[in-house]
Design a protein around this ligand. Structure first.
Ligand code: C2E
Ligand code: CA
Ligand code: CA
Ligand code: CA
Length: 278
């Protein structure tokens, strides 16, 4: 590095320090956010396409920072992953989602599937089975209404390890969903062996319907293939009636998207549920 000359080295070194400092700051702030209770879960309805009824919720993490306001997960999940904070944060998400879902159940609202995102690192490294068991037993929420969303790439990375883990999770009675299906590298040979319940079509394939014939062909193929393998299929990112019409016509089971609702805080989600149960 010295061969580049002192100026170049200093510049490089400073840039690195700056990046490291920013990352550390965010990491330290995130650690504090977890301890101080600044993390929140928002909920987005999962809707049965045939009946139009809300049958599930996806829990989506938000960080309510006192200075910056609401921070989106795309900004802090990567930091949580690389720092290892994803383990305690992921556990908090599991416990809070189960607690909330059980509270709605005991309030007499119709039973819902509660879908929780599990990050690749949390999936492959953490003791997920014990963590899930704890979230279920302390909340009393029934296992068969809890769904874990795991990305296709997390499953594909170490397929044998993933298969063993998915089998143990399946044995707890949970439902398992493949998130962002179609975007990662994955082998259908593996997917076929996994105890999966749901394929979630990535919103990137839904966005340009009905303009993109390619995307329509991909969605149709995923729906047909998912059904023939015995999975339910959910489309993400549905924003327009035309997209929903297309998915309905192709026999897609469920959808999520702004067309029905953005992810909302718990009170607002509860209001959506009450509005449909009368
Ligand atoms: P994801 O799991 O694929 O979640 C779907 C994302 O699409 C959410 O973004 C949601 O708000 C957004 N979305 C929903 N409907 C629409 C729509 O109609 N149009 C558009 N354009 N977007 C829509 P969000 O909440 O910002 O989350 C981003 C990502 O952060 C998630 O992608 C997920 O990978 C990650 N994430 C969120 N919560 C958690 C969590 O608790 N744990 C982990 N490990 N990851 C999480
Ligand atoms: Ca998800
Ligand atoms: Ca299962
Ligand atoms: Ca997704």
């Amino acid at each position: 590095a010295k061969a580049l000359g002192r100026g170049a080295w200093c510049f490089y070194d400073e840039a690195m320090t700056q990046a490291a400092r920013e990352r550390l700051t965010l990491e330290a702030r995130l650690r504090r956010a977890l301890a101080e209770g600044e993390l929140r879960l928002y909920y987005q309805p999962q809707v049965d396409i045939a009946s139009g009824r809300i049958v599930g919720a996806e829990a989506l993490l938000r960080w309510q920072d006192p200075d910056e306001g609401l921070i989106s997960p795309d900004r802090f999940i990567p930091v949580a992953e690389s720092s290892g904070l994803i383990a305690p944060i992921g556990q908090w998400v599991l416990e809070e989602a189960c607690r909330q879902a059980q509270q709605w159940l005991t309030a007499g609202l119709p039973a819902l599937t509660m879908a929780v995102n599990v990050s690749p690192r949390q999936f492959l490294l953490g003791d997920l089975v014990a963590g899930v068991g704890q979230a279920l037993s302390q909340s009393g929420f029934p296992a068969n209404f809890l769904e874990l969303e795991i990305t296709e790439s997390a499953m594909a990375e170490r397929p044998e390890q993933a298969l063993a883990l998915l089998n143990r999770l399946g044995d707890l009675g949970l439902r398992l969903a493949v998130d962002d299906f179609g975007t990662g590298y994955s082998s259908l040979a593996h997917i076929k062996r996994f105890p999966i319940d749901v394929l979630k079509i990535d919103q990137g394939f839904v966005r340009d319907i009905p303009e993109s014939a390619d995307d329509m062909a991909i969605c149709s193929a995923i729906i047909a293939m998912g059904h023939s393998m015995g999975f339910a299929v959910l489309a993400e990112g549905v924003e327009t009636p035309a997209q929903l019409d297309f998915l309905r016509e192709r026999g897609c089971d469920n959808y999520q998207g702004y067309l029905r609702s953005r992810p909302v805080p718990p009170d607002a989600f509860e209001a959506l549920l009450r509005a449909q149960s009368v």
